[in-house]
Design a protein around this ligand. Sequence first.
Ligand SMILES: NC(=O)c1ccc[n+]([C@@H]2O[C@H](COP(=O)([O-])OP(=O)(O)OC[C@H]3O[C@@H](n4cnc5c(N)ncnc54)[C@H](OP(=O)(O)O)[C@@H]3O)[C@@H](O)[C@H]2O)c1
Length: 318
Amino acid sequence: MCRLADGLNDRPTGNRSRGFVFRFFGDIMKNILIQLDTDSQPSTFDRVVAVDAGADHIFSYGGVTADNVEPLVHGAIFTRNPSDLTHTAIFVGGSHVPTGEAVYERVKKTLFGPFSVSVMMDANGSNTTAAATVLCAMKHLDLSQTSALVLAGTGPVGYRVAQLLLSQGATVSLASRSLDRSREACQRLAMLYPGAKLTACESATAAGLKSATDGIQLLVAAGAAGVSLIDADQWRSIATLKLAIDLNAVAPAGIPGVEVMDKAKERGDILTYGAIGVGGTKMKIHHAAVRRLFEGNDRRFDTSAIFELGRHLLMPNV
Ligand SMILES: NC(=O)c1ccc[n+]([C@@H]2O[C@H](COP(=O)([O-])OP(=O)(O)OC[C@H]3O[C@@H](n4cnc5c(N)ncnc54)[C@H](OP(=O)(O)O)[C@@H]3O)[C@@H](O)[C@H]2O)c1
């Protein structure tokens, strides 16, 4: 109640007693986004997006882990009437995606019954970036008829790209410098999509990379920043290749010859996207997801839900 009364002072024209009546009926409740970041310094990027997406207040917490997040969630769910919890939401971010995933799981576990708020998980931009990547690919390719190679598919972004490609019926090869790491990632994906057309492969050797690229129409490079994953001549000579997407924004390019600003850029017979070319779509999805958090108190924006939101937004007829 104290917080509610304090909030009234933010109204430029309202007087306190009139404002209280409004507040009593719940029609001017402020939208609060609680940013739970696993890094010690909460991301300014995620804060700016939250402001632009219309959150009235952002409470930012750093150093959040699955072990210390529960009291923060209790603070979120026990302060407002359950019917007002649509105006409180949680965003899980931070650069270490596995820690973010653990926080997200613990947050969901802590919510119960009507004591629920909407939650979005986008640690390191992994979900919004993967969704944008696959939506860019869908503009040009029928994924159910597409054979795709995801280079560095073991990382948070590449893994999710592979996951979403599989969800759309694509045939996917997931490459890593280590065949063991690739197999481990593929095993996790196979549990999500039993019977999926999925192959683990290694990209550390010329022969391994050559074999992985055979017959692909889509190439996605999701390697760490500033790491080239394939030679310029090699990807340009893949006879079947139609679309190449490089998510790395830091020179040297993940796919040399693809530029960060490329957005459906024609390079010979191949269309290319660079990190910023995909980034515009990512930003649209990120904004929309934050806005949707305040449309109910039970939204859960994970990899699949963020992708479906992006698809609804950008390709409503597909
Ligand atoms: N455009 C956007 O809006 C946007 C948003 C977020 C992220 N990104 C970019 O997306 C890319 C993927 O992000 P992420 O967080 O998944 O990346 P990450 O975890 O840093 O790395 C992904 C994978 O890259 C491989 N790798 C790491 N160091 C390497 C090296 N020295 N040489 C070759 N391979 C190496 C590793 O796979 P193996 O060890 O299995 O080979 C690793 O699993 C990054 O470049 C990131 O900057 C773009």
